[in-house]
Design a protein around this ligand. Sequence first.
Ligand SMILES: N[C@H](CCC[C@H](N)C(=O)O)C(=O)O
Length: 275
Amino acid sequence: MQINDFPHGLPFMKMHGLGNDFVVIDSRGREAVTTPALARAVGSRHFGVGFDQLAEIRDGDGSDITLDFWNSDGTRAQACGNATRCVAAHVLAEGGDSITIRTARGLLQARREGDQISVNMGPPQLDWHEVPLARAVDVKHLPLAGDPVAVGMGNPHCVFFVDDAEAVPLMQRGPEVEKDPLFPEQVNVEFAQVRSRDEIRMRVWERGTGVTLACGSGACATAVAAALRGLTERRVRMELDGGWLTLDWRDDGVWMTGPTAHVFDGVLPAAITGA
Ligand SMILES: N[C@H](CCC[C@H](N)C(=O)O)C(=O)O
């Protein structure tokens, strides 16, 4: 089935994890339908539905499911922790306690943890060439004001440690760093305030989307950066604008645990999908 096979509309789910919001299209058993143009049309908060990321579920590939992520500007994201948890909650509701999810980043495992969902986002990428930087620099000390740490979680992140995360002018600092020539594929930008050895306050500017209320892969990158700098233990609680996550950097990867919400189901009309 292709987009033309949905003249009466394309069903979708609206979900969020800590206010990081998603349109989820379940394309199991058929062809993928998302294109950059569809992502931009649906992603518009005024002319479409609006989302931080669009996640499309496809048939598994040596896994229970495959997941593709799109930003609202029509670009792809290799990882999206909060959407991974939301989709895992949806699929786990069909049965079972644990699933495997193939993403551009690799094979991830998600499982139920009480009324929350945990996902192993995989080991962090700490070599400069894994983070897509323009040149070989010591990623622990980037030539950017503020002395940030670059961490890859499948997608690139640049974490700044600040005294007061609330005071950061995100709309100004975010795009400056996102588009710095140091990052040929642009970068997600996190501002982290360490409150104690097991608690961090973090705010985020996402590549391809802008300010969001939370970013799961960014939370993982921030926890890794803080542990690498010796500021925290490897297990921390993190307060984002939309709520709390628990991050645990273990030998097998960075585990992220938090709430998920399924808000409503809808149907995208042909005027938006172009069917
Ligand atoms: N919100 C997502 C990350 C989106 C990252 C995306 N903006 C990119 O281009 O890498 C998360 O929960 O991990």
